[in-house]
Design a protein around this ligand. Structure first.
Ligand SMILES: CC(C)(COP(=O)(O)OP(=O)(O)OC[C@H]1O[C@@H](n2cnc3c(N)ncnc32)[C@H](O)[C@@H]1OP(=O)(O)O)[C@@H](O)C(=O)NCCC(=O)NCCS
Length: 114
């Protein structure tokens, strides 16, 4: 399967907090996966919004997107801290890449009254 990874909104100047940029995986020009990073502060980046369309999973697309984001960070943000809120399915993936577990968070939800 031929997948192209393209980036969007990469900052041209020193990024401001809350600025976001990301990567999209294209298969035959269709977006089938994406991820992003958010500049949390002037020395911390948050990895976020990783998603691969269900029928395309298990083909290494998440890994390709992750690697593209990581290479960009290594080239441009040496010494910065990187954080990410992982699901159990991706925790080991992060640990294999040198990330350490800090704490576990809980997903909460509600429905807005009609
Ligand atoms: C998680 C997700 C992005 C993985 O996408 P994918 O393209 O299928 O992942 P890859 O094929 O690149 O797999 C990369 C690694 O992720 C891990 N992984 C992915 N999905 C997994 C699952 N359901 N269970 C266990 N490990 C999983 C594996 O370690 C795999 O490494 P391996 O190839 O050495 O086994 C995809 O399942 C998804 O979009 N899920 C819903 C949203 C989500 O969970 N986002 C992640 C938030 S942290």
């Amino acid at each position: 399967m031929k997948i192209d990874i393209i980036s969007y909104k990469l900052p041209n100047h020193t990024p401001s907090p809350k600025q976001e940029c990301g990567w999209v995986a294209l298969h035959a020009s269709k977006a089938v996966g994406w991820n992003s990073l958010i500049f949390e502060s002037y020395d911390t980046i948050k990895f976020a919004n990783a998603f691969v369309e269900e029928e395309y999973r298990g083909n290494g697309i998440y890994k390709m997107l992750w690697d593209a984001r990581w290479e960009y960070c290594k080239e441009n943000f040496k010494g910065w801290k990187v954080i990410s809120y992982c699901l159990p399915t991706t925790l080991q993936f992060y640990k294999d890449r040198g990330f350490t577990e800090v704490y576990t968070s809980t997903l909460v939800e509600s429905t807005i009254d009609c």
